[in-house]
Design a protein around this ligand. Structure first.
Ligand SMILES: NC(=O)c1ccc[n+]([C@@H]2O[C@H](COP(=O)([O-])OP(=O)(O)OC[C@H]3O[C@@H](n4cnc5c(N)ncnc54)[C@H](O)[C@@H]3O)[C@@H](O)[C@H]2O)c1
Length: 433
């Protein structure tokens, strides 16, 4: 990617703690919270957290934020749907957070512009909507000078990736922390396993990676007569590529991200892929596939053999098996097996990676040492989009063809109307713009 921010995950900065509060204090709509924020210097200011997208992950991520730093507080919350906000706040009310999650009803926002009001009211925003909205929400957060926890994937198409890359560059200039929800990067066992392979060179040079995210099916929320097509699709966003990017982007990105990490987060030269839908053929499942196979070729001569599947009653396998010149490794098993010498297995602490990513986020803010995960979160998302493009089109595609694609998925504006579902992509016929 020519237009990418630096690969560094942590950079030093001249931002002071006072500055991070000041930048957010300048935003509109926060007067009511001024009293609850501690503006004095030191490491104990209350950090006001906002949540955009109050589903399963958002409800989990806000708890991770509250658990990670004792002086954080949920101050604003947004979702397209009021019932999702109620569910989220209801679940949080059963936990032991007391006043830290008492969101004033005036600061619970619905509709498509909810994100602006949430972002205006906080210092750190957690973005956990369906990925289609991420580029727009992320840009606004960065423009307003807010630190961001940004769930994966960060976009569903190449124009979205370019937009997020630009936002990451802006975030770097503003010394904002951007922590990605590609959570395996924050798993201590995976980090150490990677270190054994990449730094200790326990299996020599990597030749190829067999990489899988093969699992069962996920939830479906049904339909209601009063729902427009737009509401139906957003409530069942997994099944619509314009919202989710298809399951290779939405879910299997976790595996592709580890693969990318192993290969130095560089770009493949080309991808050849196959995919389709066999089990999930009912129209209620929108227009996504239920399986993909992608072969990625790298300029280094390395190869990735990747599969992902969401089909019930099939074998589950989520792993990256790394084949090196001097041995093999399995990343999620935390096992490194040199051809000669002893097998290595991680035996260190195993805190929740979801907690660690928030601990590192808040630490970086308090220590004015911003994290910027921009490069790898964009690169790994693009890798997944590339696999989808190659499978949908049935064509061997180069990185440049995919990265420079102008194809933007989804409507230009959002309204509660009937939005048609595109046909399921047929390889050989699907047109990639
Ligand atoms: N890192 C992980 O392990 C992990 C795990 C699960 C999900 N995720 C990611 O988190 C994101 C959310 O997934 P989820 O499982 O929580 O889905 P979900 O459907 O449970 O939650 C999404 C929420 O966003 C809301 N929403 C939709 N459009 C919105 C908009 N424009 N503005 C505000 N809210 C909007 C929905 O109403 C819903 O409440 C996805 O990108 C997913 O890939 C990551």
């Amino acid at each position: 990617m020519s237009e990418q921010p630096s690969n560094s995950s942590t950079t030093s900065s001249t931002t002071t703690r006072r500055n991070f509060l000041k930048s957010s204090s300048a935003a509109a709509g926060i007067a009511a919270f001024a009293a609850s924020s501690v503006h004095a210097g030191g490491t104990d200011e209350t950090i006001r957290v906002g949540l955009v997208g109050c589903g399963g992950r958002g409800t989990g991520a806000i708890q991770n934020a509250l658990d990670a730093d004792a002086n954080t507080k949920l101050v604003a919350i947004g979702d397209t749907f009021a019932d999702r906000i109620e569910l989220c706040l209801g679940e949080l009310s059963h936990k032991d957070y007391g006043d830290r999650v008492k969101v004033d009803p005036e600061y619970a926002f619905t509709g498509f512009d909810n994100y602006k009001k949430v972002i205006d009211a906080c210092d750190v925003v957690i973005l956990t909507t369906p990925p289609h909205f991420r580029p727009q929400h992320f840009r606004y957060a960065v423009e307003q000078g807010k630190h961001v926890f940004i769930e994966k994937p960060v976009a569903v198409d190449a124009p979205g990736i370019h937009h997020v890359l630009e936002s990451c560059r802006m975030a770097k200039e503003k010394n904002l922390s951007i922590v990605s929800g590609l959570c395996w990067r924050y798993d201590l066992g995976v980090r150490e396993t990677m270190r054994q392979i990449l730094e200790e060179k326990k299996i020599g040079d990597i030749v190829a990676i067999e990489s899988n995210y093969n699992t069962g099916t996920l939830w479906h929320k049904g339909n209601k007569p009063e729902w427009s097509q737009m509401e139906y699709q957003i409530r069942n966003w997994l099944y619509f590529p314009w919202l989710s990017g298809d399951h290779i982007t939405e879910q299997a990105i976790h595996t592709l991200d580890k693969t990318a990490w192993l290969l130095g987060d560089i770009q493949p030269t080309k991808a050849m892929a196959m995919g389709g839908r066999q089990q999930r053929v009912d129209p209620k499942y929108g227009n996504i596939y239920d399986h993909f196979t992608v072969f990625y070729e790298y300029p280094t001569g390395q190869h990735v053999y990747f599969t992902c599947r969401q089909q019930d009653d099939t074998t589950n396998r989520t792993e990256d098996r790394v084949l090196g010149t001097k041995g093999q490794a399995e990343i999620l098993k935390h096992v490194v097996s040199p051809n000669e010498g002893k097998r290595w297995r991680y035996r260190g602490p195993k805190p929740s990676m979801y907690l660690v990513e928030h601990q590192e986020l808040f630490k970086s803010i308090r220590e004015s040492s911003p994290i910027n995960n921009g490069h790898y979160m964009c690169n790994s998302t693009m890798l997944a989009i590339m696999g989808r493009m190659a499978a949908y089109s049935g064509k061997t595609l180069t990185w440049d063809e995919c990265f420079n694609s102008q194809q933007r998925l989804g409507p230009d504006s959002y309204e509660w109307t009937d939005y048609p579902t595109a046909p399921v992509a047929i390889p050989g016929k699907y047109e990639l713009a």
